[in-house]
Write a protein that binds this ligand. Structure first.
Ligand SMILES: O=P(O)(O)OC[C@H]1O[C@H](O)[C@H](O)[C@@H](O)[C@@H]1O
Length: 526
């Protein structure tokens, strides 16, 4: 049995601030720094490595964090989660996204259904459908092949799948596995749908309507937008649209779609990339085998997250260090900095995954908590970010812990040697340089040119960003978020904070406003 207690009631939490703080600039200097780089490293799945040498930890801090992990029962709570306990207390739901990619524990039967079997069945149905589309067995009314797939969805029904698609697009092209171009419509801004529709040949496009609830205003609006465009082009919308939704949603029974694939309420939108939500678009774009490899990478990483030996569990160590930074060192934010252009939307996906999960002020029982929870998360790929916001990261008044990601090889492989190095080497050189620059800093008599250092970072390093590595990377961050939620004793799996704005927007549209809401409505000419 696990016990859910507030973080500040734990003895191990009380003890943490008493541990001497690690002076990063000192410990990372010279050969000691080199030793740390070797020592503070944990193997991940798919050839990835999590290195936390440049974090403000030493063996003493780690020991304190290990105690915290044990006292907060992180491994047992994960076990309870994957064995089907009602972990999402706010919505009284199980949390089963791990089951979309593997079975870590017991069979989970809910609503009379074996859930692993259900997810596998959906994946198989998608694979069959995608193969038929690729083979020209499912075509448009004129019997011509579909060449483009457009996903219509928002939040979790957009960010993860879009980030994953972009992450693998060039890899798939390079490896002869690119089947269909994918586009995404998410925003209710009419310019989003209009611009995407203007950029494609609708007659040869298949649209995936993705909404777990089947009630999201933006998505339903964009569905009508697209249906209108299909109609105007003289096409039968039902031959161009498929749906991904939950079986209980209003969309599930509709005749308007060529096919429908399902997820369920036990998979949060932001954790749905490995369900049919990501499965449909990724299988159509790259083929079902690529999607299966992506799932395999995530499943392997999930196994590592289930390891009870804290220091061998990369997601748990990452989570614990994040808690130490937030609650002991007092850092308010964290930045995700992938040195990989393919991961351009990965930080945006993690923004939702992390901030919607752990941006909470009440615990899992709805009582206020007295300690900071989830940090603000942002990020951009390097080296672009270096020429943008790194100034604040290096010399600003706040310390922002950083999460670098880098790969030894590029995806496409085309490169050029300029001044004795390839572009890929320049990219990686910058990643290494930044970790050390942030940690060690630089003395200068001119304070404007002085770098204090002491700015912590970790780095995940891989060979090449391929489907397995991507799955492992995704799982790592999902599990990190989950463990942090466990420590903070919040429910990471609901998102009540998004509701109020929706309710007020409805009032504005119904002209039921007064006061400030009316004034702003008038300003915006609604
Ligand atoms: O998939 P849907 O039900 O359309 O939901 C789409 C998104 O909208 C909601 O407002 C939530 O904030 C997100 O967690 C969710 O992913």
């Amino acid at each position: 049995m696990v016990t859910w207690s507030n973080f500040d009631t734990l003895t191990s939490y009380e003890e943490l601030p008493k541990i001497e703080r690690v002076k990063l600039a000192e410990v990372m200097a010279g050969e000691n720094g080199a030793d740390r780089v070797k020592k503070y490293s944990i193997p991940m799945a798919a050839g990835l490595t999590y290195n936390y040498a440049a974090k403000q930890v030493d063996d003493q801090v780690l020991e304190g964090l290990e105690k915290l992990a044990k006292e907060a029962q992180l491994a047992d709570k994960f076990k309870a989660l994957y064995n089907g306990e009602v972990i999402n207390t706010g919505e009284k739901r199980l949390v089963l996204h791990h089951l979309t990619r593997g079975q870590l524990g017991d069979a989970v039967v809910a609503d009379g259904v074996d859930k692993r079997a259900f997810y596998v069945e959906q994946q198989e149905k998608i694979a069959e459908f995608a193969n038929k589309v690729h083979a020209g067995e499912i075509t448009n009314a004129a019997g011509e092949k579909f060449t483009t797939v457009v996903q219509i969805g928002i939040g979790g029904s957009d960010l993860g799948p879009r980030a994953m698609y972009l992450a693998l697009e060039n890899w798939a092209k390079k490896n002869g596995l690119f089947k269909m171009e994918a586009k995404f419509i998410s925003n209710v801004d009419p310019d989003d749908a209009a611009a995407v529709l203007n950029s494609i040949d609708v007659a040869h496009s298949i649209f995936i309507l993705v909404s777990k609830s089947g009630t999201t205003l933006e998505t339903l609006t964009n569905e009508s937008f697209v249906k209108d465009a299909l109609k105007n082009a003289g096409l039968d919308a039902s031959r161009h649209m498929i749906a991904v939704t939950s079986e209980t949603s209003p969309l599930a029974k509709s005749e308007d779609y060529l096919a429908a694939f399902f997820m369920d309420d036990y998979i949060g939108g932001r954790f749905s990339s490995t369900s049919s939500v990501g499965g449909a678009v990724l299988s159509l774009a790259f083929g079902p085998e690529v999607f299966a490899q992506f799932l395999e990478g995530a499943a392997e990483e999930d196994k590592l997250a289930a390891n009870e030996n804290v220091l061998e569990n990369p997601a748990m160590v990452d989570a614990l260090i994040g808690v130490y930074e937030r609650n002991v060192l007092g850092y308010p934010a964290t930045a995700v900095l992938p040195y990989s252009q393919a991961l351009s939307r990965f930080p945006a996906h993690l923004q939702q995954a992390d901030m919607e999960s752990n941006g909470k002020s009440v615990n899992r029982f709805g009582e206020p908590v007295n300690y900071p929870t989830g940090p603000v998360l942002f990020g951009e790929p390097g080296t672009n970010g270096q020429h943008s916001f790194y100034q604040l990261l290096h010399q600003g008044t706040d310390i922002v812990p950083l999460q670098f990601v880098g790969f030894k090889n590029s995806q496409i492989g085309t490169d050029v040697v300029i001044q004795g190095s390839t572009s890929q080497q320049k990219l990686c050189a910058n990643a290494a340089a930044q970790v050390v620059a942030f940690a060690c800093g630089k003395e200068d008599e001119n304070l404007n040119k002085k770098f204090d250092g002491g700015r912590p970072s970790s780095i995940i390093i891989g060979e090449t960003l391929d489907p397995k590595a991507l799955g492992a990377l995704l799982s790592h961050f999902e599990n990190k978020i989950m463990f942090q939620g466990f420590v903070w004793n919040v429910n990471s799996f609901d998102q009540e904070g998004v509701q109020l704005g929706k309710v007020l927007a409805k009032k504005v549209l119904a002209h039921e406003t007064d006061g400030a809401l009316k004034a702003y409505s008038d300003l915006l000419n609604i």
